[in-house]
Design a protein around this ligand. Structure first.
Ligand SMILES: Cc1ncc(COP(=O)(O)O)c(C=O)c1O
Length: 419
């Protein structure tokens, strides 16, 4: 028997990494790779940021586990207070869990209790996790669901706009998708039975596809009209990834519930949901919880992470590096018509590859480009999208101009070599 580890995990690479620092991971034989995966959009402050490491070390010597039902450690309130400062206005009360899926489930449980309604609406192409409920809410790829039926009922899927793929102007695509949501509320789940609409402001696994601001505003209006809660799943798009603290901010939409994980603590497993105190108060005491939620080391890591993300100039770097990356990729697209669209705010950048003659998704080319970048230039990338035809760029947010240039050079070589 070769390995005692389960074979169930899909592998982006099987590189035997032993350490990480900043944007670099190092393998057992000392080879360094430029990590544009950030462990799937997690290590936003870079691998092992010294302030995060120090906070974890200090906290580990003090308390490793202080279970929230048994007693209250001080970092719980400190983190909730800090989150209230950085989340959209109106969100001021927080519940802590461990993973993105758990937090998404918690948001739905809160919505059901607060509204007394049974159903939720999600969007085509979304990814919300791998627990049974969040599998049912996930439509980015059937691979996440196949073989696990029966999944929980009460989940309805509305269309998500993709103007470029639809060949429509943005406002037409938004109007069409909003009509789809309206239709769903007439045809399949009555508003009085719909607790929440759960939306990723930028589809993550579904292809790094931003929701147009007009779409987010339109969905919010429909929610307000019917007393349906608007839940923003910012697990992948949150914590400065898109150049603002949360991706929903530029649309001017305040979610009723915001879901956070991944970038919240630079890799320490902790997640959270936030809502107004009034909404949280409608969640009956004792009706939800968990052994590890609000773990003190996780809280310490999150507090240190937020300190780093809110340092002067941090967001400016995300915006500038994002512009540099998209600019470089668009320049590359001029010589490579297989690059159909380059999109995404901040450092949540997707590059969709399609056959220029037919418009068909070209996932095979994505695979070859990613493999070439890894094997020849030691650049780590992942794909995304239902068709697997999107290269996604999610470097640590501390990525430098030189590192983005290095990645662009590697991409240039990869496209030239894989044509
Ligand atoms: C938008 C979104 N929601 C939820 C999840 C699930 O998070 P986790 O894998 O921590 O359960 C993910 C993970 O990729 C995600 O991208």
């Amino acid at each position: 028997m070769g390995s005692h580890c389960s074979e169930v995990w899909f592998e982006v690479t099987d590189l035997p990494v032993v350490s990480g620092l900043g944007c670099t991971v190092t393998t057992a034989d000392g080879t360094e790779y430029l990590d544009f995966t950030s462990g799937i959009a997690v290590t936003s402050t870079g691998h092992c940021h010294p302030k995060v490491v120090a906070a974890i070390q200090e906290q580990a010597a003090c308390f490793i586990h202080a279970q929230v039902n048994c007693y209250r450690h001080p970092l719980l309130e400190r983190l909730a207070t800090r989150l209230a400062e950085v989340t959209p206005a109106g969100i001021d009360t927080f519940f802590f869990a461990n993973s993105g899926a758990e937090a998404t489930e918690a948001a739905v449980k809160l919505a059901k209790q607060a509204t007394g309604r049974p159903n939720v609406i999600v969007f085509s192409g979304s990814f919300h996790g791998r627990s049974h409920l969040t599998m049912a809410m996930t439509t980015s790829k059937h691979g996440y669901r196949a073989g696990y039926a029966p999944l929980p009922s009460g989940v309805f899927v509305a269309p998500f706009p993709h103007p470029w793929r639809e060949g429509r102007a943005e406002d037409e695509s938004v109007a069409q998708a909003l009509r789809g949501l309206h239709h769903l509320l007439l045809a399949q789940t009555a508003p009085r039975e719909t607790a929440a609409v759960v939306i990723e402001p930028v589809l993550g696994e579904g292809g790094y596809l931003p929701a147009p601001a007009g779409f987010l505003r339109g969905v919010k209006e429909i929610c307000e009209l019917h007393g349906i809660l608007f839940v923003a799943d910012e697990v992948q798009s949150g914590f400065a990834r898109t150049g603002t603290m949360f991706a929903i901010e530029p649309a001017g939409v305040t979610p009723d519930v915001i879901v956070m994980a991944k970038g919240i603590a630079s890799g320490f497993p902790i997640s959270a949901i936030g809502a107004s105190a009034e909404l949280m108060a409608r969640w009956p005491k004792g009706s939800h919880g968990g052994t590890y939620g609000g773990n003190p080391i996780g809280c310490a890591a999150a507090l240190a992470t937020i300190d780093v993300l809110t340092e002067a100039g941090f967001l400016d770097n995300v915006v500038a590096r994002g512009e540099q990356l998209r600019g470089g990729l668009r320049a590359l697209a001029e010589g490579h018509p297989v690059i159909g669209e380059v999109r995404g705010p901040g450092l949540m950048v997707g590059m969709e590859l399609v056959d220029p003659a037919t418009g068909e998704p070209d996932d095979a080319r994505v695979g070859r480009v990613i493999a070439h970048a890894r094997e020849h230039d030691r650049l780590l990338l992942m794909n995304a999208g239902t068709y697997g035809n999107v290269v996604r760029f999610m470097p640590p947010l501390v990525v430098t101009e030189a590192e983005v240039d290095r990645a662009l050079t590697a991409l240039g070589s990869a496209f030239a070599a894989t044509g």
